[in-house]
Design a protein around this ligand. Structure first.
Ligand SMILES: [Zn+2]
Length: 512
């Protein structure tokens, strides 16, 4: 075959497409070069007109076609886009699961978002050459990140998942049945917590408490809010185990942290305000086993003091019961579900009052500083010893004693009492419970400068440089900035040696 050098003759249309040169077609027939028509040439060699045109153009300008088949042609083309997508996802602010540090680093984004929504936002924010299709975006999202949407309450238990995998991979029947027994025991144990919680004993009253996922202010549906650090507002719920009459204790990030002091103070306020029926002699409390917030000696100290100084005489015993890790679905989570449903309908929330108004549709609201205050429970450690081995215990029993007025015992099983464990006073030598005074803690909690800067930037994006004038709903934030500046200058020391839970802070961290 031979293609004759194109000769410029006249513009001609072939297949409806114009080109400005003509091509002659030849074949070698028994050694002789013979001209044929284009149609026959295309039929003989099964080539398209487009291909002929491309080759002709190349020959005309004196270059040749390069071989493009094979080799790694895609990765370099997509490397930039890939990095850009990765950078975008890394910058999203997510919430870590309650047990996040100990287990997987799964991050949770608000249930309002989805991969498709994030993909749209990504494409709106990058230049044309960095836009990607949905398939590419979702592949990076799923393969390089561990992100979920919605509440981490649906976390699966690590032990259950790990053991189930081990059962599948077991090499022999003995190993397999051993693992199956182990998993069965674990699941039975986990279900004990729920069974105990559901038990309705005539002489006892049960409550559960839990801190909800952090809410933010201002809550706005603009893309900048994705990257900005907003102010956190906390809602701690205490409810009867049948989900009736929930009470929300709320406070802001600039007021207090979210450790044992806040939880103890809220629970103490709740217990002081509760009217116990005269036939009730036992109070049962259920909460997840988060060490920094619920499962620590400070909470036990607070309950000891409540029983000693504030509880009605008829209450003889307090039991605090913790779930098996990873199986901590509590009635409070159902209450939070109700709240989330309402919050979803409100894309914009700029004031704490607005949040409170919405929460009021579900339960009673008590705002820190107005309705309740923080007590310095950590100071009780001067007189009281820590509960030894608290992290392994499933039940902690606090009861009125005869000699020492309140005694404590911790049990590692739900139903069986360990005969080796005895009730003990936690009092240190020469200390008495009635000497312990719960003083008020001054409100104020440091916010990192980086967060404040990021927040200010968001406010400017929202309502301009003079956001405090333009948007009356944001004015309350200006006061926070002013007060923080003053307190920084005073270099104040907090009365409460704040010790945040290890699962706190995580919502401020970026994840990779
Ligand atoms: Zn489990």
């Amino acid at each position: 075959m031979d293609i004759k050098e194109p000769q410029r003759k006249r513009n001609r249309k072939e297949n409806g497409k114009p080109h400005n040169f003509s091509v002659n077609y030849f074949v070698f027939l028994k050694g002789t070069k013979k001209q044929i028509c284009q149609k026959l040439f295309r039929a003989l060699f099964s080539v398209s007109q487009r291909r002929i045109n491309t080759i002709s153009k190349k020959i005309k300008i004196g270059s040749t076609l390069t071989e493009k088949r094979g080799g790694d042609r895609k990765s370099h083309k997509f490397a930039n886009k890939f990095n850009e997508v990765k950078k975008f996802i890394s910058n999203l602010k997510g919430k870590e699961s309650h047990y996040g540090r100990a287990k997987s680093r799964r991050i949770y984004l608000s249930a309002e978002y989805s991969i498709a929504k994030l993909w749209t936002i990504y494409n709106q924010n990058v230049s044309a050459d960095q836009k990607v299709n949905y398939k590419h975006f979702s592949r990076v999202f799923n393969n390089h990140f561990n992100i979920g949407f919605g509440s981490p309450a649906t976390d699966v238990c690590n032990f259950c998942v790990r053991t189930a995998t081990q059962i599948c991979n077991a090499r022999n029947i003995i190993d397999k049945s051993e693992l199956q027994t182990k998993l069965k025991v674990h699941k039975v144990r986990a279900s004990q917590f729920l069974k105990i919680m559901k038990e309705e004993l005539p002489s006892s009253v049960s409550f559960c408490f839990d801190l909800q996922q952090v809410q933010v202010l201002p809550k706005v549906p603009i893309q900048d809010a994705f990257y900005a650090q907003q102010l956190s507002i906390y809602f701690f719920c205490i409810t009867a185990t049948n989900c009736k009459n929930p009470v929300f204790y709320s406070w802001m990030e600039h007021q207090a942290g979210r450790g044992a002091t806040e939880i103890s103070s809220a629970v103490l306020d709740f217990l002081k305000r509760t009217n116990f029926a005269p036939n009730v002699d036992t109070l049962r409390l259920f909460s997840d086993g988060c060490g920094g917030q619920n499962k620590n000696s400070f909470i036990i100290h607070m309950l000891m003091l409540w029983l000693h100084s504030f509880a009605p005489e008829t209450i003889k015993k307090v039991e605090v019961i913790f779930p098996v890790r990873g199986h901590s679905y509590l009635p409070a989570d159902r209450i939070f579900g109700r709240v989330e449903k309402i919050l979803k309908r409100h894309a914009v929330i700029k004031t704490p009052e607005k949040y409170c108004e919405l929460y009021k549709q579900v339960g009673e609201i008590r705002q820190l500083g107005t309705n309740w205050s923080l007590v310095n429970i950590k100071k009780a450690s001067v007189s009281l010893k820590k509960v030894i081995g608290i992290s392994l215990s499933k039940r902690i029993i606090i009861k009125r004693g005869t000699v020492s007025k309140v005694v404590v015992k911790s049990e590692s099983l739900y139903r069986t009492d360990d005969p080796a464990k005895k009730f003990q006073t936690l009092l240190k030598p020469k200390k008495r419970l009635d000497q312990i005074v719960l003083s008020k803690v001054r409100l104020g909690h440091e916010i990192k400068q980086k967060k404040l800067d990021s927040l200010k930037k968001l406010l400017v994006t929202l309502s301009g440089d003079k956001w405090y004038d333009t948007d009356p709903e944001l004015r309350w934030m200006a006061e926070i900035f002013e007060n923080l500046a003053v307190s920084h200058n005073e270099d104040q020391e907090y009365e409460d040696g704040e010790e945040a839970c290890e699962c706190a802070e995580t919502d401020e961290n970026n994840f990779i």
